[in-house]
Write a protein that binds this ligand. Structure first.
Ligand SMILES: Nc1ncnc2c1ncn2[C@@H]1O[C@H](COP(=O)(O)OP(=O)(O)OP(=O)(O)O)[C@@H](O)[C@H]1O
Length: 253
C-alpha cells in the first residue's frame, strides 16, 4: 500500500494572514484580516485612504507585531519574527515614502540590500549590478540617489528590495505619481519580477493601471476585507463602488 501523499508545498499559499488585528490605542487599523497570496500571483491590495493597507504591509513585513492573529509565510508562522528575520526568510518590501539613502550612490544603495544574502562585498556588488540591469537602472549606478528623478527613485526602491532575493515582494504605491509612460514601464517591471518567479503583493491607488496587472484584488475598507476576487469582478462590485471607486469607475459609466 502506498503512503498518502503530503500536500505538496507548492499548493500551499506563500503568504497567509490569519485573523490579524492591529489597534493603535482606540483606533482599529486592521480588523480580523485573513488574506492569502498564492505562489506566483500578483495580488493588488486596494482601498480608500486610511483603510489599513500600509498597516497590513507593516504587519506582513514584521515592522509591527499584530495585536492579535498570525502571519504564515512559506509554511512557517513568522508572527513573532522581526523585519530582518522575515527579510531573511524572503519577504522584501518597498516603502510608500521612498527610503533610499540619498547621500549614497545608486549601486551602494542596492549593495545594502544584496549584503543581506551575500556578505562578500565583491559578490554583493555583482548581484547589485545584475539587479540594476534588471530594473533598467544600470546606467545610473554611480550617480547619487538624490540625483535620480522620482520615477527612478521608485525603481531604486524596487531594486533594493529585489537585491535581498525575496520570494514575496511587497510594493507600496510604486506606480503612484508617475506619468502614464513611467507607470507603464513600472508595470512591465512588475511583470518581469513575476516572470522571475517572485510573488507580488502591491498596494496601489491608480485603478486603471493596477487592475489589468493583477491576478486578484483584495479591497480593504475601514480595516476589514470588503471583497476579494478577479479584478473584473471587484470593479463591478456595488460595495466596492460605493466605498471606494465611486460611480465614475462603474462598468458602463
Ligand atoms: N503608527 C500609527 N499610530 C497610530 N495610528 C496609525 C498608525 N499607523 C496608521 N495609523 C492609522 O491607522 C489607519 C490606517 O492607516 P494606513 O496607513 O494603514 O491606511 P492606508 O490604507 O495605507 O492609507 P493610505 O492609502 O492613505 O496610505 C489610519 O487611520 C491611520 O491614521
Amino acid at each position: 500500500m502506498t503512503a498518502p501523499l503530503e500536500t505538496p508545498l507548492l499548493e500551499t499559499p506563500l503568504l497567509e494572514t490569519r485573523g490579524v488585528w492591529q489597534r493603535f490605542g482606540g483606533l482599529v487599523a486592521n480588523s480580523d484580516v485573513s488574506i492569502s497570496v498564492g505562489r506566483g500571483e500578483i495580488v493588488g491590495l486596494i482601498g480608500p485612504n486610511g483603510a489599513g493597507k500600509s498597516t497590513l504591509f507593516n504587519l506582513i513585513a514584521g515592522v509591527l507585531p499584530p495585536t492579535q492573529g498570525s502571519i504564515i509565510f512559506d509554511g512557517e508562522d513568522v508572527t513573532t519574527l522581526g523585519a530582518a528575520e522575515r527579510c531573511q526568510r524572503g519577504i522584501g518590501r518597498t516603502f510608500q515614502v521612498v527610503k533610499s539613502f540619498e547621500t549614497m550612490t545608486v549601486i551602494d544603495n542596492v549593495i545594502v540590500g544584496a549584503l543581506i544574502r551575500n556578505t562578500v562585498m565583491r559578490v554583493a556588488r555583482k548581484k547589485a549590478y545584475e539587479v540594476l540591469e534588471f530594473c533598467g537602472l544600470a546606467a545610473r549606478a554611480n550617480v547619487m540617489a538624490s540625483d535620480l528623478v522620482p520615477s527612478e527613485k521608485r525603481r531604486l526602491e524596487v531594486a533594493r528590495a529585489l537585491a535581498t532575493e525575496p520570494k514575496l515582494l511587497l510594493l507600496d504605491e510604486v506606480l503612484t505619481g508617475l506619468t502614464p509612460v513611467e507607470a507603464q514601464t513600472g508595470v512591465e517591471l512588475v511583470r518581469k519580477v513575476r516572470a522571475a518567479g517572485i510573488t507580488v503583493l502591491m498596494v496601489e491607488h491608480v485603478m486603471e493601471i493596477v487592475m489589468p496587472l493583477v491576478d486578484r484584488a483584495i479591497v480593504l475598507n475601514l480595516g476589514k476585507v470588503l471583497v476579494e476576487g478577479k479584478p473584473t469582478e471587484v470593479v463591478r462590485n456595488p460595495e466596492v463602488i460605493s466605498a471606494y471607486l465611486g460611480d465614475r469607475h462603474a462598468v458602463g459609466a
